[in-house]
Every structure is written in C-alpha cells, then in structure tokens.
Design a protein around this ligand. Structure first.
Ligand code: FMN
Length: 320
C-alpha cells in the first residue's frame, strides 16, 4: 500500500509539513510505504495548455511531473495533499501540480483509460489557515474534489484547522495527534485488511503487470496486490500497455521491481507465479499458485491482446 504525500507549503518546517509528517507516520504504522513530495522543491512548470494530453494522453513538458510525480500518483493507493490557505485557496505550488494533472483528466475522459486501483484509491486533504472564517476551505475542497476525480480517487476526507499562523502552531495543537490517528484508522483499516497477493514473474514487465491490473480492477477491495520480478526489466512492455489501454486500463506508469523489494516490510498471504513453471518463487510459507505462461514477451499488439484475454479469464477465477 503506497501513500503519497504532496507537501504544498513553501515553508519547509511549517504547519502543513507537520500535519503531513504526522499523517504519513500514522499510515506507516498500518504497514503503508510512504513517499513525501516537497512540491516547492520540485521542478514543476505551469500547464501551458498545449492540449497534447487531450489528443495523445501525455504531457510534452519535460520536468518532474513525467520524471516522477505522474508515476507516484498513479501507483499510489492514497494521495494526501497538505496546504496552507493562501488568499482563500491552496498554495500556487500545489495548484501548479494539480493543473498538470489535466493529463490524468485527459487519460480518463478523452482516452478512456482508467486507473486499475480505482475501486479503492483514496484522496485526502490536510489544510491550515490563520483566520477563522466559515468559507476558508471552500475553494480548496472544490479543487480537491475535481483533482481526486481526475486521478480516479475517492475524496475520502479532510482535516482542516483554523487559527493556525506561526510555523509551530500546528505542533502545539491540543488534539492533532488524536485527530490524525482517528482519520488514518478510518481511511486505512479497510485497505490493510485485504488479502496480500504477490505476483512474481521473470521480468515484471508484462504478464505480471497485466495480472496485477486485472485483479485490482476486479477485486481491489479484497486484494492488496504487488508485483515482484526475478530479474526486473527496465519498463513495462509497450504492447502490454497498449493492449490494456484498449480494454480501458492504464498500466503505463507501473515500474518493475525485484521480488525482495516488493516484499520489503510486507509479507504476502498468497504468491502467484506467472511465467515458466521453473521460475523461482519466494518461500514465504504461504499458499502458492502458478499460471504456466510463456516467458516470451509479446512482439505485437495482437499477441499482447491474446495474452490479456488469457490472463483475464485466469484473474476472474482467482478472485471468484
Ligand atoms: C501569501 C499568503 C496568503 C495567505 N492567505 C490567507 C488567507 O486567505 N486566509 C487565512 O486564514 N490565512 C492566510 N494565510 C496564512 C497561512 O494560511 C497560515 O499562516 C498557515 O498556518 C501557514 O501554513 P504553513 O506553515 O504550512 O505554510 C496566508 C499566508 C500567506 C503567506
């Protein structure tokens, strides 16, 4: 389970950062892997409305969005954004990142490619403001609702605090620790209770990624899925990405990792070996099943489409 925190304040040791750190630490105690994105330190250019994303599904601007952040957002189970209120809205830094997520809006609504984690993907907001007006967070909630919709996440909740101004005000708040614990427990308990399925293959670039996406899309509320590779390839197979896109699933941002890395602080209940029967599987003491598939990567879209068909049937039986 990956939790990605977007730290939207330019203050490096201020209130949003304190809230986000507290939140991420609480998610780690539920077994989540956490990643912090210091948005102010990233190289993120504003959207230039080139509209390439609307026609082709990707953004041509070469900065930290394609280099790292699109992938983190796609692979996250939970995205949590933290921001101070600046003139009744979020920081410009965070808004800049969100505007660039028009790419995900286009992938969803123009290209019709969905995030396979959509059944369980969650978005959360942490925000602070110096004053106490009734409508302080209204604009931020509206933007968050549309941001989380674009990335196929459910806007699951928020913690917002008024009367927070000096950089240490949040740390001195009387109930913040309990507030965060309660929020994180509500958010993560259903995800942490899922059956842990490790899918292992030779390179983690094709059949394993197709299988993971199809299991997530069919039964993500019951299976916490990770992919491990015996010899991780550099990137997901292009034919597999296209064949899955034709079915409406976006696997372009998956990254093959070694099995040991996939199992870091995470023990599967079930191991699924995908590929040649002789390929090694980790001995985790749990149940093991195998799908005996060829290790050869598809060399055409038709090949990849046939592979998706085979895996789709097997995935349906697995999650039944
Ligand atoms: C440019 C700017 C605009 C701000 N606008 C508002 C505002 O509209 N309403 C408000 O209550 N506080 C406003 N504040 C105060 C911040 O929201 C507040 O100090 C917050 O605690 C800062 O959080 P941080 O430490 O995470 O940066 C503003 C602060 C700055 C620097």
């Amino acid at each position: 389970m990956l939790v990605v925190g977007l730290q939207g304040s330019p203050r490096r040791k201020g209130n949003s950062r304190f809230l986000l750190d507290t939140f991420l630490k609480a998610t780690a105690s539920f077994g989540a892997e956490t990643r912090l994105v210091e948005v102010d330190r990233c190289n993120i250019l504003p959207c230039k409305e080139y509209t390439v994303c609307e026609k082709k599904g990707y953004c041509p601007i070469d900065d930290d969005m394609p280099a790292e952040i699109y992938g983190l957002i796609r692979r996250a189970d939970v995205v949590v954004a933290a921001t101070p209120v600046f003139f009744y809205n979020m920081s410009a830094q965070l808004k800049g990142l969100i505007d660039r997520c028009q790419t995900f809006w286009a992938r969803k609504y123009r290209m019709r490619w969905r995030d396979p984690r959509l059944k369980t993907k969650k978005g959360y907001l942490l925000s602070v403001a110096a004053t106490r007006g009734n409508n302080l967070f209204d604009a931020i909630h509206l933007t968050m609702q549309y941001f989380y919709d674009a990335i196929d996440a459910d806007y699951a909740g928020h913690l917002t605090y008024r009367g927070i101004e000096g950089p240490k005000d949040m740390a001195r708040h009387a109930t913040v620790g309990e507030d965060v614990q309660r929020a994180v427990a509500g958010l993560l308990s259903p995800l942490a209770d899922r059956k842990r399925l490790l899918i292992v293959g030779p390179s983690g670039t094709c059949a394993t990624q197709i299988a993971a996406a199809l299991v997530r899309s069919k039964a993500g509320e019951r299976f916490d899925v990770r992919v491990g590779a015996n010899r991780p390839g550099a990137h997901v197979n292009d034919h597999a990405v296209k064949a899955m896109a034709a079915r409406g699933w976006d696997i372009a941002y998956e990254v093959p990792v070694a099995t040991e890395q996939a199992m870091d602080q995470w023990r599967p209940d079930l191991v699924l070996g995908v590929g040649p029967a002789a390929d090694a599987l980790p001995d985790v003491g749990g149940a093991i099943i195998r799908w005996d598939l060829s290790a050869a990567l598809p060399d055409s879209l038709d090949d990849a489409t046939r592979l998706c068909d085979v895996i789709d049937e097997k995935a349906a039986v697995l999650v039944h």
